[in-house]
Ligand binder design. Structure first.
Ligand code: ADE
Length: 230
């Protein structure tokens, strides 16, 4: 799968993509991450990428030309027939495991990171296919949200996680949060590992974990719990 990132701050992506599971996924050739500096595509003689909003008001707006030209460059270079262009914005649909799962089947994903007050609406109307938010709070730009998308999507692509890192049993599977984990030592600060986990009885262990999942979901996320019961 190929991620194409349109950003004004390309450096932000380098360190995250060169560590741990993301690094391994890139090295294995399962994911490819191409980063484009929108400013490089500005035709303005000062490489300007923003301007004052028509109608007045605070802040600057990213101009359409450099964004559109970056997009054109990507689509032409990779011969992308039906481009999926995801604009990261607090106004978007809230990201979820289901969205990550659906996107993990795409061949190319173009991520557009906004800055300042936002981008010219005509870019959204003409090239953006999905507007995604990572939650009900406002960040200074779309770069962290883009990394969150890349991470949550990549780990669902076959071959990215190894067996030990499997996502078969984790939070949001069947709308339940995950059960608690314990490792050595058996006792820490006077707290013992639950007896059942030491029993070797896998049926009992599965039952205990399922109960714990239900308990924690009911307590922390009644919205998910309702869905889980359906
Ligand atoms: N850009 C700024 N805040 C954001 C958010 N919450 N989600 C996605 N993109 C953003």
């Amino acid at each position: 799968m190929r991620f194409h990132i349109m950003t004004l701050f390309p450096e932000i992506f380098n360190s995250y993509m060169s560590e741990s599971i993301m690094k391994r996924a890139v090295e294995k050739g399962i994911i490819e991450v191409n980063i484009y500096n929108i400013r490089d595509f500005s035709t303005n003689k000062h490489k300007k990428v923003d301007d004052y909003p028509f109608g007045g008001g605070a802040g600057m707006v990213m101009t359409p030309q450099p964004i559109y030209d970056t997009y054109k460059h990507i689509v032409d270079k990779f011969n992308i027939k039906e481009p999926r262009v995801i604009y990261l914005t607090p106004k978007g649909k809230v990201h979820s495991q289901n969205i990550a799962s659906e996107m993990s089947t795409f061949k190319d994903v173009i991520l557009l990171c906004g800055h300042y007050e936002g981008i010219d609406q005509r870019i959204i109307d003409s090239i953006v296919t999905d507007e995604i938010s990572i939650g009900d709070y406002v960040l200074t730009g779309g770069e962290l949200p883009a990394l969150i998308l890349i991470d949550s999507i990549s780990r669902l692509i076959p071959g990215v996680l190894n067996q030990n890192e499997s996502f078969e049993e984790e939070s949001f599977k069947d709308n339940l949060l995950e059960y608690p984990h314990y490792t050595r030592p058996r006792e820490f600060m006077g707290i013992e590992v639950p007896e059942v986990l030491l029993s070797g009885n896998h049926k009992k262990i599965d039952e205990w974990r399922h109960e714990k999942s239900i308990e924690i979901t009911k307590e922390r996320r009644p919205d998910l719990y309702k869905k889980a019961c359906k």
